[in-house]
Design a protein around this ligand. Structure first.
Ligand SMILES: *Cc1c(COP(=O)(O)O)cnc(C)c1O
Length: 384
């Protein structure tokens, strides 16, 4: 049986992996080296210099490619370095259409770095596909989708977007950080490229910053490998090891994130002091049907707005929580809470973010894998 045919939970552990050739180490060692001895010039064993490739990074790249059902993986020093590499596929005059409710760091990279190089970014809620199609011009080279979106938990129909991008030969990239391949595999839904902030669920333990790309097409892979090597935003050997180690428990962690997420979403929805809860598992969520179709579960990311809430009240609640740690980031084993307006989305102008629902009172939870009763007790005392 080839490792390509394994089911998901087995691929998490074995996908693209084999005992190390040198001594049979079952876990890929940390090849903490910049260079490799050559018996004769050019006579290397596949590795020349670690910016180009490194065995520990290769193991991670193969693992992520296997989980996303792609053919080629690339690991980067951060999620942003991965997106940066994708943008370098473009030229001045090219246009990108992106999800309007975008991760703050992506918005900043697009508007403040790549716009300077003559690349144009258009935004779309990607709900109405005719409207999306009407934004396409002959210069559109990339459509960049985030789903579920951060922090509003909107769901975008990847299959429907892929129909448009395929028709116009546009690259469709999906930031799959929130869902992870455990819940959603965009390449199977028609995307050309998947991106991860492996800092979040893939690494899963809040101890590493890393990023990844996965593609199916060889030509696209070659361009991206070239950019990775030329620009050098690579994932180091130690970070590759940590990320790979984290991935090996992705399926068991995600199962618990989903269970705890559902319990907390329902608790908040029934709480008298809460106005709105954003979680795609609710039947009344506007994109629930799409979520059910393209995802295998609804995850542990939840956003909510307290009744009559304002900036000060939201700050008070997040400061009052004890088990939920107030911090940037998400997707780790421990529960985190964030205040998007002042933290992750602080770099987006207020009128822009409020258009997308990121109001001052919005609070975002990354529900961890602790005992859910303890998490509810914590929320209960903070909401008092
Ligand atoms: C965190 C995050 C990123 C950026 O990744 P880094 O690893 O922090 O560079 C991109 N997209 C989403 C959805 C994220 O949550």
């Amino acid at each position: 049986m080839s490792k390509k045919e394994l089911k998901f939970n087995s691929k998490v552990i074995h996908g693209g992996q084999q005992p190390d050739e040198a001594y049979g180490a079952v876990m890929m060692p940390i090849y903490q080296t910049s260079t490799y001895a050559q018996p004769t010039p050019g006579g290397h064993k596949g590795y020349e210099y670690s910016r180009g490739s490194n065995p520990t990074r290769t193991a991670l790249e193969k693992s992520v490619a296997s989980l996303e059902n792609g053919n080629f993986g690339m690991a980067f020093g951060s999620g942003m370095a991965a997106i940066d590499a994708v943008m370098k596929l473009l030229r001045p005059g090219d246009e990108v259409i992106c999800t309007s409710d975008l991760y703050g760091g992506s918005y900043r990279l697009f508007k403040q770095v790549f716009e300077k190089y003559g690349i144009k970014f258009l935004f779309s809620d990607m709900v109405d596909m005719e409207k999306l199609a009407s934004q396409v011009t002959e210069n559109t080279k990339l459509v960049w989708v985030e789903t579920p979106t951060n922090p509003m938990m909107n769901i975008i129909d990847i299959r429907a977007v892929a129909k448009i991008t395929k028709q116009h030969k546009i690259i469709l990239g999906v930031d799959n950080t929130f869902a992870t391949p455990y819940l959603q595999r965009p390449l199977e839904l028609g995307a050309d490229l998947v991106m991860h902030s492996a800092t979040k669920y893939l690494g899963g333990h809040s101890d590493v910053v890393a990023g990844a790309l996965v593609v199916k097409d060889e030509n696209l892979a070659e361009q991206l490998y070239f950019i990775q090597k030329a620009s050098g935003g690579i994932c180091g050997p130690m970070d590759s090891f940590l990320t790979l180690r984290g991935i090996k428990t992705l399926h068991v962690r995600m199962q618990r994130h989903c269970e705890n997420g559902e319990t907390i979403a329902k608790y908040l929805k029934n709480h008298p002091k809460i106005d709105i809860v954003y979680w795609p598992g609710f039947e009344h969520h506007p994109n629930h049907d799409i979520a059910k179709k393209q995802m295998d579960g609804f995850g542990g990311m939840i956003s909510f707005v307290p009744k009559g809430g304002n900036y000060e009240q939201a700050i008070k609640i997040v400061e009052q929580l004890k088990i939920f740690t107030l911090a940037e980031s998400l997707g780790g084993i421990e529960s985190l809470v964030g205040h998007p307006a002042s933290m992750s989305h602080g770099s987006i102008p207020k009128n822009e973010r409020e258009k997308n629902g990121v109001v001052d009172a919005l609070i975002r939870l990354s529900v961890g894998i602790e005992d859910v009763e303890d998490l509810i007790t914590d929320l209960e005392q903070a909401l008092k």
